[in-house]
Design a protein around this ligand. Structure first.
Ligand SMILES: [Mg+2]
Length: 220
């Protein structure tokens, strides 16, 4: 028997909004300029990774050709470009159904957190104008260990004052699903089974996730 759900913890990128597309556009622009092969398929491998981990993944064998300073500069340029794209976001950039689900959960007295590895989460939430709907935000500035380390979810639960067993996570990355499970939480995976197959339930998009089903999610 699962315990009643008291809180829902959302990942941000790829769950509430598609910043994944903006990250892709920034990496593609920069890698084109540097003459390093990159495309949408390679971008898929970056889902859930931090900026530094993403750069290492993109560079692959070429990583050793760059100094740590050069890599830091590449990461900085990528982030500047991403931020200039992200600052143009509006509430229209919430994924379909996301705003409705957040409002419905609040109406039912469910606590809501966003737990993201991103260090830009607060700026994005402000642009989407959903910060007032959240009880807690934990991002990459608060917790240095990125998913699959469970720390970001455990920190969110602690700040909410809710035991992990009474939290449900909504995630779109394999690393995020693993982090939620490691935190002892139930997790809904958004996306294809090849990516989020370890989740307790899988949905193609957040629009396909009714509040009832989310709150009554049993253990696997
Ligand atoms: Mg994500």
């Amino acid at each position: 028997m699962s315990q009643p759900t008291q809180a829902v913890i959302f990942d941000l990128d790829g769950v509430l909004t598609d910043t994944a597309e903006l990250h892709y556009q920034s990496w593609q622009w920069l890698m084109d300029e540097m003459g390093i092969p990159f495309d949408r398929q390679r971008n898929e491998a970056l889902r859930g990774l931090s900026r530094t981990e993403s750069l290492e993944t993109i560079l692959g064998d070429k990583s050793s050709e760059f100094t740590a300073e050069q890599k830091a500069e590449i990461a900085r340029r990528k982030n500047d470009d991403y931020l200039s794209r992200a600052m143009k976001m509006t509430p229209a950039d919430l994924l379909p159904g996301a705003g409705e689900l957040l409002n419905e959960l609040r109406r039912r007295g469910i606590l809501i957190a966003v737990a993201s590895s991103s260090r830009n989460a607060e700026a994005v939430l402000d642009r989407l104008q959903i910060r007032p709907l959240l009880d807690v935000l934990v991002d990459g500035n608060d917790v240095p260990n990125s998913k699959p380390n469970p720390r970001v979810f455990l920190e969110a639960a602690e700040r909410l004052g809710v035991p992990p067993a009474r939290c449900v996570v909504v995630e779109d990355a394999a690393s995020g699903v693993a982090a939620a499970r490691a935190a002892g939480m139930r997790v809904v995976g958004i996306g294809p089974a090849e990516r989020v197959g370890r989740a307790h339930r899988i949905k193609p998009a957040i629009a396909d996730l009714p509040a009832d089903e989310l709150l009554e999610l049993p253990e696997a």
